[in-house]
Ligand binder design. Sequence first.
Ligand SMILES: NC(=O)c1ccc[n+]([C@@H]2O[C@H](COP(=O)([O-])OP(=O)(O)OC[C@H]3O[C@@H](n4cnc5c(N)ncnc54)[C@H](OP(=O)(O)O)[C@@H]3O)[C@@H](O)[C@H]2O)c1
Length: 507
Amino acid sequence: MQPADPCLLVIFGASGDLTSRKLIPSLYQMHCAGLLSGATQVLGVSRRPKSSEDWRGELKSVAQKHCPTFDDSKWAELAARIHYFAADAVKQADWEGLKREMGRLDESGKCRGNLLLFLSVGPELYEPIVEQIELAGLATEGKRWCSLNPADRSWQRIVVEKPFGHDEVSAASLNRALGRVFEEESIYRIDHYLGKEVVQSLLVLRFANSIFEPVWNHRYIDHVQITASESIGVEDRIGFYERTGALRDMIQSHMLQIMAFVAMEPPTNFSADHIRSEKIKAIDAVPVVSAASVPLCCALGQYSSGSGGAGYAELPGVAPQSMTETFAAIRLTVDNWRWARTPFYLRTGKRMAQKRTEVVVQFKPPAADLFRGVCPDDARLEGNRLVIEIAPLERTTLRFASKAPGAMRVAPVEMGVDYAKEFATATVEAYGPLLVDAMRGDQSLFKHRLEVEGAWKAVMPFLNEDSLEVRRAMHSNYEPGSWGPASSTELMARDGRAWHNPPKSSP
Ligand SMILES: NC(=O)c1ccc[n+]([C@@H]2O[C@H](COP(=O)([O-])OP(=O)(O)OC[C@H]3O[C@@H](n4cnc5c(N)ncnc54)[C@H](OP(=O)(O)O)[C@@H]3O)[C@@H](O)[C@H]2O)c1
């Protein structure tokens, strides 16, 4: 990866959890890997007063905890370029001083006017802060100003965290607000799932091998499952979760992105524009489920009490008749020539049997069963299965049929690759490569406006009044430590299929 352009990275929400736990440790990792420009300056902005020195101290102890090979001298190099400025980012009066500080750091750091603004604040602040950025006249690239001399050109980009909107309408409104100030090529809608190596390796698996693409379609693939299960509950994020739920938190954002990588057509080349336009088309091909089909295409749940923990509905701050789902499974299709309505089942939940994020590509059984009547157990041959594990382990396994020793018998066997063992590298925090990409102007792993709006469109029937019947029946409908409610098993059984629920000790 080539190093990033020099720039001033301004993080709004500097006192927050995301900044200290993810952004700064990942910047430190990128610095150690030599991927940050030596001129990069970091300015944290939030309201509580503290000095840059104090902030560096706070950040250091968190970074030490999160980086197993923490090196004091490497940290000192980065820390010298980390600064703090106390300001209310939605108060115009505070922007005068903030702009001065930004100008000072840009000049002393030789950042060449390059500015990366990261919105790491609550989503209700995104639009007001963008408005202040406009009033401060900070976005000068693109439609506003462009020097004829390329050497003088600077860029200004904005990174927007999830949740990107609360529904289809609010996402479109946020897109319009951003579009009034920034060009689309300067807007980086971040999804840290896309920074995970194994998600990107899905593209390599599909397009750098010749054996998968010819069978990557409805003729050979029976269905696709995408699961993101967590064994923990909502923990201390009750307020956030009660407003959000599993569909908004996971399916609309991360899981539809993974689905787009599985479903998309091969891009013409490995450039952001080409990759994103294929993802847009894949999401656009997902038909919106009709109101009548919602109960047949989704299963929602709330975990009950058990294993020493309170049920979701018993948590302080959760309404007794809360309609927020902690589990969601939905069935979508992709209505195009490649997929011809092949089902994609997306499932996510809290307090489930294990923490596991994976894509399961289930192939159809062979068209003709040569071994019928020959094998003693006259079972039907199973289809091949490709499992791409994204977390906690990064592994890919392919199941295929093999002859068991002795009498003629067909038995499934697996071959696989464990990325950590194969490449002997530690897992890198996903935010690091994404921040470097934003500094290099590479939007391949960031979402386009149309992808976000398309994903909202696809999940809205499961969120709006069409889902009320399912929601009314979901209270405490699954045990902690299970794979979700019975309705989730039924969702698959109706189609003659079953979830891939591996035992915990699965190799
Ligand atoms: N945490 C995660 O792992 C995670 C993961 C994915 C996405 N996100 C998203 O990232 C964003 C930040 O999450 P978070 O968990 O870091 O939230 P957080 O812990 O609540 O931090 C947000 C910070 O914003 C600051 N802030 C609030 N109002 C401000 C204002 N008017 N001007 C300047 N700063 C202000 C607050 O500090 P002061 O009180 O000092 O101003 C606060 O510490 C959210 O949108 C969240 O959904 C977070």
